[in-house]
Design a protein around this ligand. Structure first.
Ligand SMILES: [Zn+2]
Length: 493
């Protein structure tokens, strides 16, 4: 390691000392973690990432309506009736009354004072704000990417459902699960939906760029422009089998058709009766369809094991993670909470470490939805076995958090040191579905690929084999940027 490399190691030690000295001081810790470069957020549902206040403001501007339970709907509203125009509510706001109860209805704010469980409140919010998302997806991406920029996050893999309801509706009347592959659903019809989704993504990008000023001269650009955004297609696992099948096909076709879509995930409550009933079949769907998409099959991440004893009967516990990896070929697992119920947890963990299956860790979400916290959470076990992990938000708007909050929660709950945190930050790019080769052989120690072992990590001038490694390598290049930001951050202590 050259002189600069030696210096950057010393800088990292200073950052580590700083973190160790402020772990018990929440305000200083927040500042440290807010400024610390965080590679990305790999488990972030776009509609759940937006704060309720934004949905209400947009609904007011768009002439949408809302009922007293917080369900937003398209106009016409009922003047004088139950379904009021959101605009009227804003117009009538007084110092003593406004949108407070609606914000609670559209999030888990104050949920502990409600009569419903965190689980039910959490999932109920989505159908309440769905209508507010219509026509506002560009605004949503702008909000979430600007928030990421303000926390020094470089990359977002946002889950969204573009085209999914259209293909599900088509499949319900035109699909046949008993037919052979290629004949279960009209592929030309699915391709037409792919084309529509690509146009919609163009519109979303244009709106985001306009809001953030990304096409103006550099000095006027919003910081959010610098955040790289990619999408994961969401398959809704509570729909009928033919609909889930069609959505899975659409997801793979989207990954193949457009660079902005880098993978897919199965979403909606894993403990839902239909999701439980069809889990095995869903894994088979992914295995079958992905075999037709060999270049896209590495983009599979699945919510698996977001379950606890009591929430579901024992027979549903302990095997979803393994099936997601072994049958569906998932490269990442969302949540992975029920691992202790595996027939052989030790073997499963070793296998995940060997195969480098990353677990997307969502601490606040697991607390609210599953009531799994502290030593009941598997994060320390994953770390102990060397299973790669990255912290993510799941639904930062619904949960009223941000990624920095999750880093802080991890540090405070599990007494993590700087090296581990930095490893998680790096993992969020190393295990992203961006195309290209990963920079690291080991994100924890910082050991890089041979081609770059002589280079100073993050340096502006790169030559030789490392330059060759980074060229036409979106993943490696973004990782290089993260290293530059880490060096800058660490040099400040
Ligand atoms: Zn999720």
């Amino acid at each position: 390691m050259g002189l600069l490399g030696g210096k950057s190691t010393a800088w990292a030690d200073s950052a580590a000392e700083r973190l160790a000295s402020i772990k018990e001081q929440p305000l200083q810790l927040r500042q440290f973690l807010q400024q610390m470069p965080k590679g990305g957020d790999l488990h972030n549902h776009l509609s759940g990432a937006v704060y309720a206040e934004s949905y209400l403001r947009w609904a007011a501007e768009d002439g949408k309506c809302i009922d007293p339970s917080g369900v937003i709907s398209l106009p016409p509203c009922e003047p004088g009736g139950e379904v009021q125009a959101v605009r009227e509510i804003f117009a009538g706001m007084t110092p003593n009354g406004g949108i407070e109860s609606l914000v609670d209805a559209l999030s888990v704010r104050n949920y502990s004072r409600r009569e419903v469980s965190g689980h039910d409140q959490f999932f109920a919010t989505f159908e309440r704000f769905t209508a507010a998302t219509f026509g506002r997806r560009g605004d949503m991406v702008a909000e979430v990417s600007s928030r990421a920029a303000s926390q020094n996050i470089l990359y977002l893999e946002l889950m969204q459902s573009l085209g999914m309801f259209e293909v599900a509706a088509f499949a319900q009347t035109n699909g046949d699960l008993e037919a052979k592959y290629g004949q279960r659903i009209d592929h030309a019809a699915v391709d037409a939906i792919v084309a529509d989704v690509i146009l919609e993504m163009d519109r979303i990008d244009a709106r985001r760029r306009a809001i953030q000023g990304c096409d103006s001269i550099a000095a006027e650009q919003g910081d959010g422009c610098q955040v790289t955004v990619r999408y994961l297609s969401q398959v809704i696992r509570t729909l009928s089998p033919i609909q889930v099948y069609a959505q899975t096909l659409l997801a793979f076709k989207l990954v193949a058709a457009d660079d902005r879509v880098v993978g897919l995930n199965f979403v909606a409550p894993e403990d839902h009766a239909v999701a439980l009933r069809d889990y095995k079949q869903h894994m088979d769907f992914i295995a079958e369809i992905s075999s037709q998409f060999p270049a896209q099959r590495s983009g599979v991440t699945l919510h698996a094991g977001e379950l606890t004893l009591g929430l579901v009967p024992p027979e549903h516990l302990g095997w979803h993670i393994d099936a997601a990896i072994q049958v569906a070929g998932a490269k990442r697992i969302g949540h992975g909470i029920d691992i202790a119920y595996a027939l052989d947890m030790d073997a499963l963990l070793r296998n995940m470490a060997t195969q480098q299956i990353l677990v997307e860790i969502n601490l606040t979400s697991n607390d609210v939805i599953l009531e799994v916290t502290d030593e009941d959470h598997p994060l320390p076990v994953y770390l102990k076995y060397g299973v790669p992990v990255a912290l993510s938000t799941d639904d930062e708007g619904v949960s009223r958090i941000d990624l920095t909050h999750e880093y802080q929660r991890a540090v405070t709950t599990y007494d993590l040191d700087y090296e581990v945190l930095r490893g998680m930050s790096r993992n969020a790019l190393q295990y992203s579905f961006l195309p290209g080769k990963g920079l690291f052989q080991d994100t924890l120690s910082g050991q890089v690929v041979d081609a770059c072992s002589a280079a100073t990590l993050g340096a502006e001038a790169v030559s030789g084999g490392c330059a060759e490694f980074l060229v036409d390598n979106p993943k490696g290049s973004l990782q290089w940027q993260l290293e530059a930001r880490l060096a800058e951050f660490e040099s400040g202590f």
